[in-house]
Design a binder for this molecule. Structure first.
Ligand code: PLP
Length: 264
């Protein structure tokens, strides 16, 4: 089988634990080839984010055009976006891609904060609407789901209501990551909701402070597995196994939370 190409659109993490750096490590480990479209440059280490600089729209679109003319992807994984104008420009470009003969899958991990707590991007559902309708999958954690929908997922019912708001916007499926769903106790439960299916992926919580980059890694792993022709439920299981292995192997490197470990 040809090596699948996955575009990773997101911020650069100078600490090397999250953002496009984590995406590339994940795609590589799972057998794909990762390309990057950098939306923002962050200056950060394991303790703090000291600068976030969105790239100009021209730089964003030059990266997209360079890749589209030569390295067409099986999937596009999106992470942190710098501002509302980037969301709009990217949505326009992805809308065009979706109309091409080999339209890629599109997955968005809507990043709001770094693991150390620093704000990375402000998300408004109204700004995101043009992007949402193009997505095959969105992978918010509890906080990101609340930011996008205005509903805190404090139990299974509110989680389903919040997810249905995203589905109404045209998102193909919602996977709410369980790391921040504290009401599920000792179990970590990831909730998958689409118009036709509802699944819960359950495992034991892994107790470690070192999980920087887990969100980026999870979504990139799903994107790569889908490009390798695994069906969605298998792709999510593969990504969960990759993350859990990475959390078990994570070690501190600086003074703050260490990055999730990668295979290879
Ligand atoms: N993208 C960038 C550029 C980041 O710096 C971060 C966190 O610092 C993230 C995404 C989100 O990281 P996580 O995968 O831990 O949610």
């Amino acid at each position: 089988m040809a090596k699948p190409i996955i575009w990773c659109i997101g911020g650069s993490d100078s600490g090397g634990g999250a953002g496009v750096q984590a995406d590339l490590l994940t795609v590589q480990a799972l057998g794909g080839h990762g390309c990057t479209v950098v939306s923002a440059i962050t200056a950060q280490n394991s303790v703090a984010v000291t600068q976030v600089q969105a790239v100009p729209l021209e730089v964003l679109s030059n990266q997209l055009n360079a890749l589209a003319s030569d390295l067409w992807p099986g999937a596009v994984k999106i992470g942190m976006l710098g501002d509302a104008s980037q969301v709009a420009a990217l949505a326009e470009f992805l809308h065009w891609m979706k109309q091409q003969p080999k339209a890629p899958l599109i997955i968005w991990d809507p990043v709001a904060r770094a693991s150390c707590g620093s704000q990375l991007a402000a998300l408004q559902l109204t700004d995101c609407a043009p992007l949402l309708r193009l997505l095959d999958l969105i992978t918010p954690n509890a906080n990101e789901l609340a930011l996008l929908t205005g509903i805190e997922p404090t139990d299974a019912t509110s989680l389903a209501v919040a997810a249905s708001l995203l589905l109404e916007q045209g998102v193909g499926a919602v996977l709410v990551k369980g790391g921040h769903l504290h009401w599920t106790g000792e179990e970590c439960q990831d909730w998958y909701l689409s118009p036709t299916k509802q699944w819960r992926f359950t495992c034991s919580r892994i107790d470690t402070p070192h999980g920087h980059g887990t969100g980026c890694t999870f979504a990139s792993a799903i994107a790569t597995a889908l490009c390798l022709d695994y069906p969605m439920d298998d792709a999510i299981c593969i990504a969960k196994a990759y993350i859990n292995q990475g959390l078990k192997g994570a070690v501190p490197l600086g003074q703050g939370p260490g990055p999730v470990a990668h295979l290879g």
